[in-house]
Write a new protein. Structure first.
Length: 333
């Protein structure tokens, strides 16, 4: 009986203390101001230079030696750390538990619309596709790579293909009407969510700033851009928030001691691959934090926002914490 009581007490202590230990790893609170508010941008007509290169955003090419960033600056290194591992065997049920049927097919966004329609052709060609899809209040919002489009639930488009640079208030990804060419911020990893409780649409991307407008090289600064609809109608006004995530001690970020290049010099981190979620009171974003330039994973970051403040279009406080401080280093094979 005594041993059982000891076990119960230990379990209770773990349940009570574990959240405090995890939360106590590293945390901070920051204010996130409302950066801008406005309607969906209009899609310009195709410009005369739309078919001219370059086709690819070389700043995202990692360690590809054939890639030219077009001037001073740095490139993203998304090298995956190498190590031993083994697959997991899973035995599924032999019989389906239901009989699903296809109810509706919709022609979603395609590469032509992303490259030549959105922004009048001032876009890069991007593969593979990163896609987000969210549904609510009689609308379907699809976002792929650097473009979004809104449909009704019958599959009819109710907006043109909209480039995400314009949506978030930036210059085009590449302005082919200029000589020399000019480059806007590099946007990646879109995702979206319709929150039934607040009747708001949420759209999130990772944005990387250029070293200057005449190069594809990056400055090192990168941020999560969060768009929240002002109403339940995604074709109306949107509020935009920006949260710096380079975590090198600049722009109010903590310093996670990321390294620059293949040396121990101090450099920016990368808030890679943001994922989103929500509960009754909060809106949450997680990122995988890497060195921006050199190989190496630092840990998962969790950002918690007041959902009510975001839905109301107000500046808000976010609580941030580091889920893991484990660092892995790796090189391309």
């Amino acid at each position: 009986m005594g041993s059982r009581l000891v076990v119960v007490l230990r379990v209770v202590l773990v349940v009570v203390l574990l959240p405090l230990v995890v939360w106590g790893q590293s945390q901070s609170v920051r204010q996130v101001p409302l950066a801008r508010s406005g309607p969906l941008p209009a899609t310009p007509p195709l410009n005369a230079n739309a078919e001219q290169g370059p086709e690819f955003d070389s700043a995202l090419a990692g360690e590809d030696e054939d890639s030219d960033v077009g001037g001073p600056g740095i490139r993203v290194n998304r090298t995956i750390s190498k190590g031993p591992g083994s697959g997991m065997l899973h035995h599924g049920s032999k019989k389906a538990k239901s009989n699903p049927e296809l109810g509706l097919s919709i022609d979603g966004l395609n590469h032509f619309q992303q490259r030549f329609v959105a922004a009048g052709g001032n876009q890069f060609s991007i593969e593979p596709p990163d896609q987000g899809l969210c549904v609510g209040n009689g609308f379907v919002l699809e976002t792929v790579n650097v473009v979004l489009r809104i449909f009704d639930t019958a599959g009819n488009p109710v907006s043109a293909p909209i480039d995400l640079n314009s949506f978030y208030g930036y210059a085009p990804a590449i302005d082919r009407t200029k000589n020399p060419l000019q480059f806007g911020p590099s946007i990646t990893d879109p995702s979206c969510l319709f929150d039934a409780q607040t009747q708001r649409w949420f759209h999130v991307v990772l944005t990387l700033d250029r070293a200057n407008i005449f190069t594809q090289g990056l400055s090192g600064a990168n941020h999560l851009d969060i768009a929240v609809s002002a109403t339940a109608d995604p074709t109306g006004l949107w509020n935009i928030y920006r949260l710096p995530v380079q975590d090198d001690g600049t722009q109010g970020t903590p310093d996670h001691h990321c390294t620059l290049g293949r040396n121990p010099a101090h450099g920016p981190c990368l808030g890679d691959y943001p994922h989103i979620g929500a509960d009754a009171s909060g809106f949450y974003i997680t990122t995988n934090e890497f060195n921006l330039v050199s190989p190496g994973f630092h840990g998962a970051q969790i950002y918690a926002f007041s959902k009510a403040q975001l839905a109301a279009g107000r500046a808000c406080l976010i609580a941030w914490r580091c889920e893991s401080s484990t660092h892995f280093d790796g090189r391309k094979g």
